[in-house]
Design a protein around this ligand. Sequence first.
Ligand SMILES: C[S@@+](CC[C@H](N)C(=O)[O-])C[C@H]1O[C@@H](n2cnc3c(N)ncnc32)[C@H](O)[C@@H]1O
Length: 328
Amino acid sequence: MDLVDRHAKISKDGDTRLVPIPDSAVPVIQSMGYEVIDGSAHSRDRTPPQERILNELSDLPREVLDELPMKWEYVGDIVIIKLRGSAEPYKGRIGRVYAEQLDKSTVCVDRNGVTGEFRRPEMEVIYGTETESVRLENGIRYCFDVTKVMFASGNVDERERMKNLDCTGETVVDMFAGIGYFTLPLAKFSGAKRVIACEKNPESFGFLRRNIVLNGVEDIVEPVLGDNRDLPGKAFADRILMGYVQITSEFLPKALEMIRPGGIIHYHDTFYVNEYEERIRTIFEDACGPGGFEILGIREVKSFAPSVSHYVADVRILSRRTRRTLSQ
Ligand SMILES: C[S@@+](CC[C@H](N)C(=O)[O-])C[C@H]1O[C@@H](n2cnc3c(N)ncnc32)[C@H](O)[C@@H]1O
């Protein structure tokens, strides 16, 4: 409506946003029910943050400047960057400059992706103290501590796909729920009746419980702390999410025990790009027999390593009788 002063910056004051307007817009804005206050606004600096960061650090050695990250990730008020070795002696100052120029409170360095059964991240805080924040993505709030719990930003399309599934009336099991990566979008938007979200890491589980409340899905999601192989019940799930890679097939017998005939398993794993279809088929043939399943689709979630990608296969499991007969 051309009511905003585009030369000045929008700013925050607690939960309020202050939007600069020219004097001429005051009557219209007030008639729309907004409060108009007097104050000064900062002029908007159109210089890209990458350029401002390089300007602020321009006295660092050339090799350090050349290797400074020009991409980063945000988790609420936290910035996550990757740093090369040459930057090590200057990391405190680098952290401060990134925080200032990106207007965030904490800067962390992602040291080595994630490791171990719990997929724990290796993060070093180089500026600030607050490591817990809320990431807002596709209408879902994910609260977590970036130093304790992983968040695979590359899985965003898969999280969105879970949101857009039609699971009306279904009972769903998320065997590797984490902080609710897939559980939350599915529970909030897909129409599922019940989602059993199992997580073994107590720290992730704590955030899962908080995120269930934060996203208002308490009536749908049942969080379970523990190993998914101990989940009770047989042939009750309409859909099972297996969002884990590299050793996923070890958990397939348990998934097959819980799925009802005709139910769907979303099976994640990493494979060489030239053999993923064959490998997925073999894994399910070994587990269910050749006629015991139907592959509905396979998609690449993200690149994992040279020539290796993370894939998700949607697999319909046919009758339990077929499976039992074939495995005998
Ligand atoms: C890699 S994370 C989930 C990744 C997620 N799907 C995403 O999109 O980022 C896998 C989670 O499974 C949990 N986990 C590993 N083994 C488990 C088990 N046997 N039972 C339950 N949870 C398990 C880990 O603690 C971790 O939080």
